[in-house]
Design a protein around this ligand. Sequence first.
Ligand SMILES: [Zn+2]
Ligand SMILES: [Zn+2]
Ligand SMILES: [Zn+2]
Length: 477
Amino acid sequence: MVGVDALEARACRPDFAVWRGQVARAGFCVRPVRVSGRAAAVDTSSGEVLAQTSTADAPDGVLLVACGDRRAAVCPPCSRTYRADAWHMIAAGMRGRTPTGEDDAVPSSVGEHPALFLTLTAPGFGAVHAARDGGAPCRLPRGRKKTCPHGRPAGCGLVHEPDHPAVGTPVCPDCWDYTGAVLWNASLGELWRRTRIGIERALAPAASAALGRKVGVREVPRLLRLSYVKVVEFQRRGLAHVHAVLRLDGVVPGDRSAVVAPPSWATAELLASAVRSAVASTAFALPSPDGVARVAEWGSQLDVRPLDDPAKAAGYLAKYATKTVDADSDALARRLRRLDRAALTREVGAHLARMVATCWELGKRRDLSGLRLRRWAHCLGYRGHFTTKSRAYSLTLGVLRAVRRAWRARESRKAGRADVWGLEGAEVVGAWSYAGSGYLGAADVLIAHRMAQDRAVARAEYKAVLRREAQMAVWAA
Ligand SMILES: [Zn+2]
Ligand SMILES: [Zn+2]
Ligand SMILES: [Zn+2]
């Protein structure tokens, strides 16, 4: 409970309005970083200091900086910003982007390139509870055996709702291959890399047929470039899915950053068949800490579809990009210093807790040290970025952030509030030090939360007004 006195203590301070301005500028982040220091805008030709600022007079002597976390379970406001940026980045690779004056153009001709939306799944590591369409039972035991070697029922005759907590968890945890699942997650980056190479190779026969001469696999990258953006999303069974947009580009010799159409024989159908063949044939041996031979390969559920609606596809990917390993909590949001399996079981359930514990256990083996399984136990063994793109696919998130900063600086100049960061032609120099993370007390957290809610309501009302006005314009016409 937050006391009224604590709320009053903040709200009655003379610098309350300034503090609120800081919270708003940090995007209502739930756990902003507090920094102290000073900055000056310097005219680099004359050395003249054009403006300066210091946190000495700021509320609590600090500046609030948004945490910038992509995950909705960690910081909803920062995650919304990330999701919007990710959407723009992903959509720009499918339909181009008109520059805003910064270095952020993507040619609209990319909309004509062959492209597709791809979902790759993990293979099975044992029977899991499932919600079936049409009210069918979970899984009936195959064959005549009614129990597993551990004496548990071999199947499950229940009908599960899709959001039931058992869905995705093993029918028998002792039969389920936790070691295999963790090793598969740990090999996902390599599996994707080899699959990409496999797709390029699979394009060689088609190139040969189209050009009427033998095109070797090494020549393909001189004719075509596979551009992509991919997002890794965890399923409830603790294994990753890969969602990706793949696009075929042409190649300009000597200019790796040029984005041009591929030759006309390179079609979306051709790309789809190359993807199917590469996905089916890419496999390599996994390490074997327990003497069991396993291979890294994709599961049988491959989904390849045309890009009919780029905005919608970008929406899916951007949403997946804000998810955590466990969708509902932030218990696995950060690197683990030690393993507290009982606490984890309470927070994320027995299945994911056992995935983490398996990482922890295997992580002490020297023959698996290259997988750094303890370092990545909170990601169930996966060590890689959740959103990645090839260089030429689109602009970067960093460019989008720079565009936003430049826009803000322009707006504050227009409003006559030229601050240190809003001055044109000036270099900003400064010295900052970290003062801590999060708000100073529960009252501040509550006020910031209420401010974020007010803002969300105002935004929704504004959108409703715009919709009504658009509707009235239709009626008037
Ligand atoms: Zn945040
Ligand atoms: Zn079941
Ligand atoms: Zn069993």
